[in-house]
Write a protein that binds this ligand. Structure first.
Ligand SMILES: *Cc1c(COP(=O)(O)O)cnc(C)c1O
Length: 460
């Protein structure tokens, strides 16, 4: 063992070889020295465990090649591209909505240079950063004003902290949701310093339940869209227009956390119904919050629209400063919203909508190409094109199944399938699929780009 340890080169010796000097030229002294130390440490551990020297310490060329390889690896961003073949179009773990081409361009512009973020070019004076987006949302939804923060969870927190700190918020027991990533209404209420007043029961809540709970300390009547679950059977909930009537009588605003918050009616494309922002505004809701990267098809943001007097107070609250968005996000969001000014074009311009509205014929055509390519790499597996079901995802309509098409991969030996699923995940651009009924399902509806997938499959 001592002999093995003695075979390990010193840091200095490696640095002084001509190849070592080249490495320092390319990557700088600090990174090269750190990497050599790491590899030496690993080698010492391996000697202790296996009484063997790692191969690449057998000769200097080999060692330098390994250091170079590791230094290049170290530069690879680990948040890397993957192919989403899960069938869940808005997959929170895979980054939700894809950005439209114009949103990408606007974001790039904002990244590379200075932008008129808090500067009104017409009057040449300071303005606030949600200004342009607020004007657009006013035009698109009919709301009086808007406010933009980091995500919808932040939007809910800001509404509660601004108006309900030390006060009570009335909400139905059937709407005390938890959304993935630990967004829980009761916890957000606690963080905002307000008291949750639950009314009604899990399955049935009536207008009188809200009315009976109102007192001088009530800040809001609150509705939360139960986006990720459904209660079936004997149920009742109070519609927004009834709640806003009640709110007016007592001078208490009604707020609504809409979750996905569509700006267009999805049923026109044969998709499941999701409440729209305009619909809720028309019912008189005072403040509505929703996400920018769910059905809106844009960037991660939380958008609040509603009464100007209330929005002005949100804008002035210190938490707004804490939760504000940066120039890149705001540029991407503005560009996304501008697409909605040409609603007939959205199925071409908005990737989320493009994926959701692909016809079965289009999906079949892509599936054929994927199957063809796979068959060249996976002779011992049986491949098939099968009808499948996709989902919108991100909590939208969890029970609604959207017809889709999948390439399925089967094999008698189950171990081979799990190994393949693993291999797919370890490709340079990993493929994320789902395992179901003893088959791997590559669902085509959630796939962003079939040409890129075919390229990636060549590495199999
Ligand atoms: C998704 C969702 C949230 C959280 O939104 P983020 O943008 O992910 O912070 C909050 N409420 C509802 C009803 C949701 O569906």
């Amino acid at each position: 063992m001592t002999a093995l340890f003695q075979q390990l080169p010193s840091v200095d010796k490696l640095l002084k070889t001509p190849q070592g000097e080249l490495l320092v030229d390319q990557f700088g002294h600090t990174a090269v020295v750190n990497m050599i130390r790491q590899l030496l440490q690993l080698a010492r551990e391996q000697i202790k465990e296996t009484q063997q020297l790692p191969n690449y310490f057998n000769d200097v060329d080999h060692t330098i090649a390994e250091i170079r390889y590791q230094l290049i690896q170290q530069n690879q961003v680990q948040i890397k591209s993957v192919h989403n073949l899960t069938g869940t179009v808005l997959h929170t773990n895979l980054g939700r909505a894809l950005w439209s081409a114009t949103a990408q361009q606007a974001a790039l512009n904002a990244m590379a240079g200075n932008v008129a973020l808090e500067y009104d070019l017409e009057i040449g004076k300071r303005s606030h950063r949600d200004h342009y987006i607020s004007e657009l949302l006013t035009q698109l939804t009919g709301a009086e004003a808007a406010c933009v923060v980091n995500n919808n969870a932040a939007a809910v927190l800001l509404m509660l902290a601004t108006f309900a700190q030390g006060k009570e918020v009335i909400i139905s027991r059937g709407e005390l949701i938890e959304i993935g990533g630990a967004f829980r209404i009761p916890d957000i209420m606690a963080q905002a310093g307000c008291t949750l007043v639950e009314v009604g029961t899990t399955n049935r809540t009536h207008l009188k339940d809200y009315q009976n709970a109102i007192n001088e300390n009530t800040a809001f009547l609150m509705k939360v869209h139960n986006s990720n679950y459904q209660i079936c059977g004997f149920t009742h909930s109070v519609e927004e227009h009834k709640l806003t009537e009640l709110g007016k009588q007592f001078n208490i605003p009604v707020i609504s956390d809409l979750g996905s918050g569509a700006l267009i009616d999805l049923t026109q494309y044969g998709l499941p119904k999701e409440p729209t922002v305009q619909e809720k505004l028309a019912q008189g809701v005072d403040l509505i919050s929703f996400s920018g990267d769910k059905l809106l098809g844009g960037v991660q943001a939380g958008i609040i629209v509603g009464k100007k007097s209330l929005i002005d107070q949100l804008q002035a609250h210190p938490l707004k400063r804490v939760l504000r968005c940066d120039k890149v996000i705001l540029a991407g969001l503005e560009a996304t919203l501008r697409l909605y000014l040409q609603p007939e074009k959205l199925i071409e311009t908005l990737p989320t909508l493009r994926l959701l509205t692909q016809s079965i014929a289009q999906l079949n055509e892509k599936a054929e190409r994927v199957k063809e390519q796979l068959s060249q790499h996976l002779p011992e597996f049986s491949l098939q094109i099968e009808a499948s079901y996709a989902q919108i995802g991100s909590g939208s309509q969890p029970l609604a199944k959207i017809p889709s098409v999948a390439v399925t991969i089967a094999n008698q030996t189950n171990g081979k399938l799990t190994a393949l699923l693993q291999r797919l995940k370890q490709l340079p651009t990993p493929i994320i699929a789902r395992m179901e009924q003893d088959k791997i399902w590559l669902d085509i509806r959630s796939l962003a780009n079939v040409d890129h997938l075919l390229e990636s499959l060549q590495a199999l």
